[in-house]
Design a protein around this ligand. Structure first.
Ligand SMILES: Nc1ncnc2c1ncn2[C@@H]1O[C@H](COP(=O)(O)OP(=O)(O)OP(=O)(O)O)[C@@H](O)[C@H]1O
Ligand SMILES: [Mg+2]
Length: 1107
């Protein structure tokens, strides 16, 4: 549910008066009482028109939560109780919607809460402006620049534990949508004297304490620092620790913020190195040393610290040491070196420390600006937030306080100018008469300080630039001469008789009556601080540092860029930058936050009336209210006024149709408000007296109560009626739904009954029809069957009759033919017997032959010689012919087959044929050999190196080379031999060594014997008396017996023209030397597989068992 918009006003639930303009009666007492009353109720903000007065509560109040931000977001300024968020929202919306550049001017004395207020404004704007990753990063960087600058630029003073020691003006830039794009920070004169010396009860800049408390041991060691504050002369010891401030955790915050802002690690490191170097500079001490020429010279007491600084910053130790001992003055190409005495050396040291630190600070601002600057070149809307050091009055006020207070004077001036101008302009804009109001204008004080000729700053510059001896006293003298008559200047020596007796004023002081009070300035140090000189030797030493940051901080140390012109003085620089700032602020729409300090003790719940009164006076707040009220105390646009009070008149309630102004006129007339009490502007109604407003408010309150009752009454009536109507409507709906339901049920029941009846009737009808159809079908079928039978009978009868007729006709024809034949035979018998029989027979045979051949032609088998098919014989008398034909055909196809052979194949087949003739049907081994090709050479004698010797011994072509078993005649055991058959020899050689054992010429081989069985044993019989036969016949066995025997047979035939005798018998004789042994083949068992075994049975018998 959308949140209901609650229209409220700052006039609702007001504690005291939210806007001082409404204060009645208006005097100082009531003003303070009102502030006090509100302060006691934690209402720290109060308005004077559009100016916000903020009183420092010195404790955290729950009024800055995200819920509060939402509450104030997009609300009108006077709609809610006074708050800094209301002002921020007004400024932001005016910037975004009306395209007006804004500035937020936060003023007040030190500790009044300016810095806090500026952070609240920034955080509010960050919370309400655009969102998105990029925008959020910009916001984060802008916000995180604060902790960094505060660490380096804030310090604890007696007035404020976190006092800004520099002025800061930050421009936040937005695009046309109001999304932040970036920012630019300007800084104003850091109070650098604090680096080397702090007044009692005050501290140096926070960062020194933060490093020593928060850095890790390792990091401190890197920076050559020790954790102990008391080790460092530059750190005031009496208030090193501040209550409620955790330096260590702040250090982590600062480092984190530096990272978010975009400092690189090496940059952060360099920054801390410079801080460490500054701290350590304070520890360098000097002692006097007399020189021969009678001059005093300073010497560094302990060089250890100097050495460490040089290591840290990369400066040559001797260069820095010299810079602390001598001063070179350069004028018109002349260089004069003078020694420094101890005091001068200390001065030089402190000047270096101050310069290093203040330049580092300016560098930080520049570096932050680099990170946060807007990345686009589009036109930007700008909101400037000014948080400058507050007005300060110390016991000892020096140049710094003078500068700070001057700046505050200028701000007061711009406040006076712009507020009054704006007020005046509003009356003119609205066409209302305006009477002038007197107020104190501090322009005269500004003039005392900044006048080009007679101003204090001009005087100081003149003194600084004047040749001759210049001291602070000569400066004071000059002031006494020039400013003595000025109303706001006082000094003991002043010629102004009014102050001549003022002995409260010491000799070396002057006093200025600022808008915020009298401040006495010690003149000591004015000239020096204004000159802001650093000995050139020191800046050159720094420039020579091997440390990029330090080098960059001292560009004037570069000898190539020596500039003999004096740099502008600190005072004139500041004056110029303040002038620029003022100019800048005048172009923007100002929004004021005037901070007030409730007490001097930094304590919560403590409202010091006198202190507040003083601030109210010098801030001119009462005058501010008077100016606002001179004409009219309260003003409001017509629309807002009508919206707020329209219920007070019948014509305007609840809606007014016409223009708002007319509505307000009607309203005021109706209420009878006297005419002198209000005035009509162009867009606003102006109410002269606050009482009128309060009267209106009271009426409104009363009316609201009545209206609330009325609304309650109407609401209750409306609620009851609505409920009644709802119930009535519901009842109708329920009834109609029920009727519908009941009818539906009834209809469904009727429908289902109808369907049931219908289905029964249909079923009955269908069955009846089916029965009829079936009967009809059966009748049809019966008729068909009967007809078919009848037709069949008729047809058979007809067929029988026709057959009978045909038989008869045939019989007649046959009988007729026989009769005719008989007649012809009887007539021609005598001729027929002589010729016809022979002719008929020949003709018949011829016909049959013809038929036989024609049939044979179609039944021929394939041309394969092994095809056994042959058609059956058709006639017995053709038996022999048929067989002959088969033989001829077979021979013919064999020839055809042979004709395809090559010579090689022919040779192979010849051999196979030879084998067939020799062994077919004689040796059981033969059929197995038919399929095996005859390879002849089974051993690769010529290729295998193993047989090289054998190859060399045999010259002839080898026909067979195969391993055979030679059977030992003594025991029947086998031994492997290589069997070689050449053209002329049979050779046996040792299988392993290849040595030839026997060599038999083919002519000496008489016979080869073998069994008829399936074994490979064979005997080679040798010619009796031949040389080879001396060892006896060979009994061998081979797997290729058929091939061997065939080849041996063929070779012998071709060489000796003798047919080798091949004996196939299961018992043959073999001649072993002198013995003749019978080799007998028997049927053996299969225990050794299929291998035949050979056994010597006795002297005369060798038995071979063939499985
Ligand atoms: N709105 C606030 N709510 C709570 N505490 C506040 C608020 N404003 C200021 N303070 C407290 O007062 C202290 C001083 O405020 P702040 O630093 O803003 O003063 P200042 O006006 O900037 O002073 P200086 O001129 O010395 O810089 C803060 O440190 C904080 O403790
Ligand atoms: Mg501050």
């Amino acid at each position: 549910m959308a949140k209901m918009e609650v229209k409220t006003s700052l006039l609702d639930d007001m504690i005291g008066v939210g806007d001082m303009v409404l204060l009645e009666p208006l005097n100082e007492e009531s003003f303070i009482n009102n502030l006090k009353k509100r302060f006691d109720h934690d209402e720290v903000y109060t308005y004077i028109g559009s100016v916000v007065i903020s009183i420092n509560p010195y404790r955290s109040l729950p009024i800055y939560t995200p819920e509060k931000v939402e509450e104030y977001r997009n609300r009108n300024f006077y709609e809610l109780s006074p708050h800094i968020f209301a002002l921020s929202d007004e400024a932001y919306r005016s910037l975004r919607d009306q395209d007006k550049d804004q500035c937020i001017l936060i003023t007040g004395e030190s500790g009044a809460g300016k810095t806090e207020a500026s952070k609240l404004v920034m955080s509010y704007v960050a919370a309400v402006c655009g969102k998105g990753a990029e925008v959020n990063q910009v916001k984060e960087q802008l916000l995180q620049s604060n902790p960094v600058l505060e660490a380096f630029g804030n310090a604890k003073t007696v007035r404020n534990d976190n006092s800004s020691r520099f002025g800061k003006y930050m421009d936040i830039e937005f695009d046309f949508k109001g999304d932040p794009l970036g920012g630019v920070i300007s800084n104003y004169l850091l109070e650098k004297s604090r680096v080397v010396k702090q007044p009692r009860g005050e501290r140096n800049f926070h960062i020194f304490y933060q490093i020593l408390s928060g850095a890790s041991d390792e990091f401190l060691c890197k920076l050559k620092l020790e954790r102990d504050f008391s080790r460092y002369n530059y750190l005031g010891l009496d208030s090193a620790r501040v209550n409620g401030v955790d330096d260590a955790s702040n250090f982590r915050t600062v480092r984190n913020a530096m990272q978010i802002v975009g400092f690189m690690d090496h940059e952060t490191q360099s920054v801390f190195e410079v801080v460490a170097a500054v701290l350590k500079l304070g520890n360098i001490e000097f002692k006097p040393e007399s020189r021969a020429n009678g001059l005093d010279e300073s010497k560094i007491k302990d060089k250890n610290e100097l050495k460490e600084i040089c290591e840290l910053t990369g400066i040559d130790q001797s260069v820095l040491e010299r810079a602390f001992s001598f001063r070179t003055v350069e004028a018109k190409q002349e260089k004069v070196s003078t020694t420094l005495n101890v005091a001068q050396a200390y001065y030089a040291r402190d000047a270096l420390a101050k310069n290093l630190y203040s330049r580092l600070f300016s560098w930080l601002v520049t570096r932050i600006n680099e990170s946060i600057k807007a990345q686009t070149k589009v036109r930007k809307k700008v909101m400037g937030v000014l948080d400058i050091y507050g007005f300060e009055i110390f016991e000892d006020n020096s140049f710094e306080q003078f500068i700070i207070n001057y700046c505050n004077e200028k701000l007061q001036q711009i406040f006076i100018e712009l507020t009054l101008k704006e007020e005046q302009e509003e009356y003119i804009r609205e066409g209302i008469e305006w009477t002038h109001i007197e107020y104190f204008n501090n322009a005269i004080i500004c003039d005392l300080i900044e006048n080009h000729q007679t101003g204090i700053l001009a005087m100081l510059d003149e003194e600084c630039l004047r040749p001759g001896t210049v001291t602070d006293d000569t400066f004071l003298e000059k002031l006494n001469q020039v400013c003595a008559t000025h109303q706001h200047f006082e000094s003991r020596m002043s010629k102004c008789s009014r102050f001549l007796n003022d002995t409260s004023l010491p000799h070396s002081c002057f006093r200025i009556q600022h808008y915020a009070g009298k401040v006495m300035y010690q003149v000591e140090g004015f000239v020096d601080k204004n000159n802001d000189l650093l000995y050139r030797d020191l800046s050159q030493a720094m420039w020579k540092a091997n440390h990029s940051l330090i080098k960059a901080l001292f560009p004037e140390g570069n000898p190539a860029k020596i500039n003999l012109k004096r740099p502008p003085t600190a005072g004139s620089q500041f004056k110029a930058s303040v002038a620029t700032l003022m100019k800048n602020l005048q172009t923007k729409n100002p929004n004021y936050i005037r901070c007030i300090k409730p007490n001097d003790k930094k304590a919560a719940h403590n409202f010091n009336d006198a202190l507040v009164c003083h601030q109210i006076r010098y801030l001119g707040l009462l005058e501010n209210v008077r100016v606002r009220r001179a004409g009219y105390a309260f003003r409001q646009p017509y629309e807002a006024c009508l919206e707020r009070y329209k219920m007070l008149c019948k014509q305007t309630w609840p809606h007014w149709k016409g223009p708002a102004r007319a509505g307000v006129e009607v309203l005021f007339n109706e209420l009878g408000i006297p005419e002198e009490e209000f005035s009509f502007g162009r867009s606003k109604i102006f109410i002269r007296n606050p009482r009128t407003l309060f009267k209106l408010e009271d009426l409104r309150k009363q009316r609201l109560e009545d209206l609330a009752t009325l609304i309650g009454k109407i609401y209750r009536g409306w609620k009851c009626r609505t409920r009644f109507l709802l119930m009535k409507r519901s009842q109708t709906v329920i009834a109609s739904w029920y009727r519908r339901y009941a009818q539906q049920k009834k209809y469904q029941k009727t429908k289902s009954s109808t369907i049931t009846i219908q289905s029964y009737v249909r079923g009955w009808k269908a069955r009846k029809l089916l029965r009829e159809l079936k009967h009809l079908k059966r009748c049809n079928e019966a008729a068909t069957v009967i007809a078919a039978y009848w037709h069949g009978t008729q047809a058979r009868r007809e067929l029988k009759r026709l057959k009978e007729e045909a038989r008869r006709k045939h019989a007649v024809a046959l009988i007729w033919a026989y009769w005719l034949g008989l007649k012809v035979r009887r007539e021609y018998r005598k001729f027929f017997r002589a010729n016809a029989g022979r002719k008929i027979y020949d003709f018949t045979v011829q016909r049959l032959m013809q038929k036989y051949f024609l049939e044979m032609k179609n039944k021929m088998p394939s041309l394969s010689p092994i095809d056994k098919n042959w058609p059956a014989r058709p006639y017995l008398f053709l038996d022999s012919t048929h067989k002959e034909l088969k033989r001829i055909f077979h021979l013919w196809r064999c020839k055809k087959y042979r004709d395809q052979f090559t010579d090689q194949q022919k040779l192979v087949y010849e051999e196979k044929l030879e084998a067939s003739e020799l062994f077919k049907d004689k040796k059981a081994l033969y059929p197995a050999s038919v399929g095996q090709p005859f390879q002849g050479s089974y051993l690769e004698i010529s290729e295998n190196p193993k047989y090289k010797k054998l190859k060399d011994a045999v010259d002839e072509k080898i026909i067979i080379a195969e391993v055979v078993n030679k059977i030992n005649r003594a025991n029947g055991k086998a031994a492997s031999r290589i069997f070689l058959l050449t053209k002329n020899y049979v050779l046996l050689a040792d299988q392993k060594s290849g040595t030839i054992k026997s060599e038999v010429p083919l002519g000496d081989v008489t016979k080869v014997s073998m069994s008829s069985q399936n074994d490979g044993f064979f005997a080679v019989h040798l010619k009796e008396g031949s040389e080879a036969a001396s060892k006896g016949d060979f009994l061998l066995s081979s797997d290729h017996l058929i091939e061997m025997a065939t080849k041996l047979y063929r070779t012998t035939l071709s060489q000796t023209k003798q047919k080798l005798n091949i004996e196939i018998s299961d018992e043959f004789l073999v001649q072993f030397k002198q013995d003749t042994v019978c080799v007998k083949f028997i049927q053996g068992s299969q225990k050794n597989g299929n291998i035949p075994t050979c056994k010597r049975k006795n002297n005369r018998l060798l038995e071979v068992a063939v499985p």
